[in-house]
Every structure is written in structure tokens, then in C-alpha cells.
Ligand binder design. Sequence first.
Ligand SMILES: Cc1ncc(COP(=O)(O)O)c(C=O)c1O
Length: 420
Amino acid sequence: MKQHIDDTSRAYFPAKGAQWEEVKQRLAAFKDRDIGQAQGRLNVYCHQGTPELQTIRDEAYTMFSHGNAMLGGFMEGSGTMEAEVLRMALEILNGAENGIGFITTGGTESIFCAMHAAREWALVNRPVPGTPEIITPYSAHAAFDKACHFLGMNIVRVALRDDLYADVAAMEAAVTENTIAIMGSAPCWPYGLIDPITEIAAVAMRHNLWMHVDACVGGYINPWLERLGYDIPTFDFRVPGVRSMSADLHKHGYAAKPCSTVLYSSSDAETYHYVPVDNWPIGEYRTAGMVGSRPAGSIATAWAVMNVLGEEGYVEMARQCMAVKERLVEGIEKIEDLKCLKNDSTMIYFRSETLDMMTIMGGLSERGYFPFGVFNPPMLQLVPEPTSDEVINDYLRTLAEVATGVRNGTITSTALARYT
Ligand SMILES: Cc1ncc(COP(=O)(O)O)c(C=O)c1O
């Protein structure tokens, strides 16, 4: 990642502190230099929802900005708040009857925790002769590679079907005596497609494997799309064999970052989730996940947003996201040479047979947009949010201008292009 240090020849840490008012102004200047999220110019990784939700997040975070959620066991108020968020999460994903969950700092940590639990479970329930391995579709998030790296496991990414969904038969064929876990995404980040979770879970049951569903993006929007009548295949704890799920409250849950959930179908998973430590001067030490101290502020935002929106509010947010998606897809497909890839979520992916997508990204970046792309196959990615006609029209106008420029050779720079 680029480190934006303006002047490397000077020291930055001040010997003497400045007035807060002055420091605040400098913070505001940093904020101004960021690409405008409110104007829809940052199209991924934001999940802001509406301006009202931003205000709720700001106020709720401030009320708990002092708090350390690691102390939830001792703090009756924030401990109850966290337990209620987890209970709501399990209710939403149909795991409340027997399940348990933990709040983590993000999808990556939730995936790490689930893979750790899988490894510990396998020690007892599926001992393997060699290095434990997990099987994922090629489209699984990079967090699985990171988890395997930290946990001393191997990841086997299996090629996808031609339509970019997980190839379940090929995944089953990849199972070896060292396989301990298998997973599917709902949806995957690179293509927005919901893998055939029921079929993958059936493989898990046939081979006694841990089954994880990565619903970091979909966990808190698929249920509402289902209510709205979209064709969302069953992906949650209703699917027999699913043992764990990652679902991010800081994405479509509209909580402040960092806030995710790792959920288990059975409270027995507690044994595999925790890393008990007592052999140090402080005695027993048990934390919710990989990290120690955690922000109570972001948990407060999750609790607040979940209570302000309720099911009705979330369904309405999902409806608005889909309405924005429909308008954007319609507009993108009207631009010569651009084509959208159908997917199962609110995300948009578009590609071209003739125009270089890196140059399209370069052109959008030069015009103040912050595009993200997929490398294989080359595509651009958008995550629509409820937004104004002005924002939608400005994006479509800019994209059309860039496509024309790339086609006629007046836009050639890929300098600012980037992939997620
Ligand atoms: C499907 C999926 N899984 C996991 C992650 C990782 O989440 P985080 O960035 O919160 O660690 C992402 C992030 O976009 C994702 O899309």
C-alpha cells in the first residue's frame, strides 16, 4: 500500500502538542483529500447506507468510543449489548436455536476463527496424517489463504465451472485424507455469485468435513433479498452440515468498521473456538477471537443500526440497493462495448470484449472515481448503495465518456488502475 507521506525530509512526531482546534482542522483537511464517498465516487468497501445511518453510527460510536469490548464479561451494559447483537445475528441466519457467535474485527478475522475452530475440531473428529488442508472454490476470499498461512494449513483452490460458480464435483474429487474443511461463499467477492451451498455441505457430510459458509457480503442482505422475492438459494444454518459462517455487520449490516460475526451452528463449537490461556502471570485469559482489545464503539453502532432498522428497515435498504443496481446495469449495458455479468447479489460486474478494462479504470481514476476491478476475467466491480439520481447519472456519464476515450485512443493511461 502506498504510504502518503507528503514530505519525507522532515520529522512528523511533534515535540510539543498543538491545540485541538488546529489539529481538528488538519484532520478535516485529510478527510477532504479522500475520494468523496458521499458523492458515490468510492464504489466499493464503503457500505454507508444512508446519511441517517451515518449519523446514528457517529452518535452510537461516540457513546462507546471509550469502551473495550474485551471487558464485555465484566461490563454489564456493553456485554449485554454484544450478546444481543449476536442473538439477532443468529436469528437472522437461522442459527439461534443451538448456535453461538462471536463479534470480530472483520471478515478476515471471522474466517480465521472459523478455520481455527475447524482445525481444532479435526484434531478430535477427523485426525489427518499430514498437513491439514481446506478445499475452496477458486473464487474464495484471500482471507482463507491468510488463515491457512497463520494456522499451518494448506489451501486447495479448485477451478470453477464455466459459469464461475463452484464446481462441486471437482471439489469432492479434491478431497484427500488430509482434508479437514470445505467452504462456499454466499456470495463470493470476485463475481457476486452464491456457490451451491447445499451441495457443498452434502460433500462435507459425506466425507466428515467441517463446512463453512463465507457470507461476509451476503449474511446481512441475502435474507432481505429472499423476502423481496429474489431467487436466493438457501445458504445459512438451515442447510444441513453447515457448521460455521462469517457474516460482516460492517458491510450490509451498516455498522461502523470493524465489526463482523463468526457464528457456529452448535454451542459445542465453543470448545474449538477459544484458545484457553492460563499459564502466564495474569491467569485465565479468554478473548472472543484472534485479537485482544476490541472497540465497543463499533458494536454499539451495530446494535443501534439493527434496532433502528429492524427487519422492515433492512428489507427497504435491500430494495433500494437493488433499485440502484437495476438503474446502473441498465445504463452500463447501454454503453457500447460494455456488458454486465449476472450475479446473485447487489453487486455489479462489467466487462468488455474489446476495451481494455485497466484503461477504463485508469480513465475513471483520472476523473475522480475510485474503481475496483477483478483480474480474472478482467472486470470492473461496483457495490451499489441507496443513492441519488445525480450520483447515478454522473457515474454513467463519466463511464460513457471513458469508454469512448478508450475506444478512440484518447484515454490510454492505466496508471491509477487497481484490483481488489
Ligand atoms: C466474501 C468476503 N469474505 C471475506 C472478506 C474479508 O472481509 P474484511 O475486509 O472485513 O476482513 C470480504 C471482503 O470484502 C469478502 O467480500
